[in-house]
Design a protein around this ligand. Structure first.
Ligand code: BTN
Length: 233
């Protein structure tokens, strides 16, 4: 497995994704890994920020050469498998856990930001995983929606190893296998979702990795990752 080599760890970075993008532009090889204990400008999808108290999380970005088209979904699957059997994926790649045993998975334990320069043949896969976050240390607006693995900061190293191996495996899956494994963890299936274009009932993931929705007036549509901001329920 070449993922994770070379690896640079820095205590505080603006954003591991920004650093990895710089490295990728400068020719860093496939698998180059950037980690940090804290970020001062961690970035989320759709212009949001990513908050993680120092030392509490896995904050990592990886340079991938010739990335697969379904990289965002492969990343979500790898992280969900790392988190464990209860983890579900809210399309395209929020990783969720139940708030309590027996409840549906609704709290976000990890977020993924895949950014690419297809014309240059690389992508950066950024992952933030709440390993040892104490929810009371998060901004108030996140305390009701975030989840944590509730582990210790020193558990991050072992979890990183597991995540690298899951990423290696998820990236090696064919499209059919990847989508089959992903669908088993689809958190949205059957729930009402809304996006800028309307509302609908999530009806699964199609063969191109798009979210299929049943529309209120009948008929279906499919959404591409990146074009929508979803609200479930
Ligand atoms: C999201 O759910 O909106 C995506 C969050 C991605 C956060 C990670 S933390 C490590 C990497 N560096 C960043 O600036 N963002 C990603």
């Amino acid at each position: 497995m070449t993922l994770g080599t070379p690896h640079t760890h820095t205590r505080v970075l603006a954003s591991t994704n920004d650093r990895a993008r710089e490295l990728a532009s400068a020719g860093a090889p496939h698998g180059t890994l950037v980690t940090a204990d804290a970020q001062t400008a961690g970035r989320g999808r759709q212009g949001r920020s990513w908050e993680a108290p120092a030392g509490s999380s896995l904050l990592l970005s990886m340079v991938l050469r010739d990335p697969p088209e379904l990289l965002p979904l492969a990343g979500g699957l790898a992280v969900a498998r790392t988190v464990g059997p209860l983890a579900r994926i809210k399309w395209p790649n929020d990783v969720l856990l139940p708030a309590a045993p027996g409840e549906p998975a609704t709290r976000k334990v990890a977020g993924i930001l895949a950014e690419g320069r297809p014309q240059d043949g690389w992508a950066v896969l950024g992952i933030g995983l709440n390993v040892a976050v104490r929810l009371e240390d998060l901004p108030p607006e996140l305390q009701g929606t975030a989840a944590t693995l509730g582990l210790a900061p020193e558990d991050r190293a072992a979890l990183l190893e597991r995540l690298l191996s899951e990423l290696d495996e998820a990236l090696s899956l064919g499209t059919g296998e990847l989508l089959a494994a992903y669908r088993e963890r689809d958190a949205l299936l059957g729930s009402e979702v809304s996006w800028s274009g309307g509302t609908g009932i999530a009806a699964g993931i199609d063969g191109s990795g798009r979210l299929v929705l049943e529309l209120p007036g009948g008929g279906r549509t499919a959404l591409d990752a990146g074009e929508v901001h979803l609200r479930a329920g």
